[in-house]
Design a protein around this ligand. Structure first.
Ligand code: SF4
Ligand code: SF4
Length: 346
């Protein structure tokens, strides 16, 4: 199914949408071209966030003249009414519009955050007011915790739920996604590629697309070639072949469930330790790209930084996947260092 109604928003969305994180890394010109290419292919749902630096501005510039033909979704991680009011105005300006189709409270992943947004003077007050004013059409939420997400969905407040879901993060398929469908809450799937961890992006995309409880999937797309590839998969048959099941099994064995998704929520580290780089290089980057002089330099620099860790634990309190970062970092570096000296790859 290439088009679905997104829960009780009533919006008719193409089931392949656009994730706005990666375009931050492009030049503005290239970013606009990428967004525009998606529009030309017929994609109609564009997700971004106040926190994705230049992403809103670029999407706004790319889609200004076709505003009525697309749905714009953005989000704020502010927990107070005052914070939301300020960020919403910035988002409207950046996106060159006077309304946001889907406005999401960003990353409500634990009880403290949920209590903050519901408190008097909290974020919910501001978004409800903005909805009455017509600045927001539909109120939604994102979370990295399937358990928290269930509570959020059951609150009856939100019209869509955005959650990470992929073949190694399968927890949402047990309870959360069916519950969303039952309660008519639209499901927006982020991180279908596990933050770039998986060996075959097409298989990863098919895995999510084949789940009937997934309404829209928003992979980040960085180039025309990537868009075309994802588009081809989306247009095709989504059933997984035997060799793809084997591939998934291999990734499960290699990555386990304690793998870094490269979301960088653990930053900033006071010692500027490149946490995700260290955690991902051996199992995810080397496999695809091998060793180069740059990579050797990067590993040596990362080791120097890692040696300055003051074990404050701040990174662990921020990681939505509860990774024991302080335990994983030295192990990952030791193994990586060994591979570097012998120039081996996994
Ligand atoms: S525990 Fe180490 S890596 Fe984590 S934030 Fe503190 S200094 Fe950085
Ligand atoms: S360690 Fe956790 S928070 Fe940091 S990038 Fe990896 S998954 Fe994200």
């Amino acid at each position: 199914m290439k088009e679905k109604v997104l829960g009780r928003t009533g919006l008719k969305v193409k089931t392949l949408g656009f994730g706005g994180i990666p375009i931050q890394r492009l030049s503005e010109e290239d970013a606009i071209e990428v967004v525009r290419h998606c529009y030309k292919l017929g994609l109609n749902y564009y997700d971004t966030a106040r926190g994705y630096t230049t992403s809103e501005v670029r999407i706004g510039k790319a889609l200004e003249d076709v505003r009525e033909k697309v749905y714009l979704a953005t989000k704020s991680n502010k927990r107070t009414a005052e914070g939301i009011k300020e960020e919403l105005e910035t988002s409207l300006k950046n996106l060159r519009t006077d309304y946001i189709d889907v406005y999401q409270l960003h990353n409500v992943s634990n009880q403290t955050q949920w209590d903050q947004v519901r408190a008097p003077g909290g974020a919910l007050e501001a978004v409800n007011e903005a909805k009455e004013q017509g600045k927001i059409r539909h109120l939604s939420v994102t979370s990295h915790s399937p358990d928290m997400a269930i509570e959020l969905v059951q609150s009856g407040i939100f019209e869509t739920m955005m959650i990470p879901y992929n073949y190694l993060t399968v927890q949402p398929e047990e309870k959360l996604l069916p519950l969303c469908n039952k309660l008519n809450v639209g499901t927006v799937i982020m991180k279908p590629f596990g933050g770039g961890a998986f060996s075959n992006a097409n298989t990863a995309l098919k895995y999510v697309l084949s789940n009937p409880h997934s309404d829209i999937i928003i992979p980040g797309m960085l180039s025309i070639a990537e868009i075309e590839e994802n588009y081809k998969v989306w247009m095709g048959d989504h059933s997984l072949r035997e060799e793809e099941h084997k591939l998934i099994q291999q990734d499960k064995e290699l990555l386990g469930d304690q793998f870094c998704r490269s979301c960088n929520y653990c930053q900033p580290c006071p010692q500027e330790i490149p946490i995700s780089t260290i955690l991902r290089t051996e199992t995810q980057v080397l496999r695809r790209m091998g060793w180069s002089d740059n990579r050797v330099r990067m590993v040596k620099n990362a080791k120097e930084k890692l040696d300055t860790c003051i074990h404050c634990g701040e990174c662990e309190t921020r990681c939505p996947y509860n990774l024991p970062i302080q335990e994983l970092l030295p192990k990952a570096m030791e193994s990586l260092w060994d591979r570097m000296e012998n120039r081996t790859i996994p």
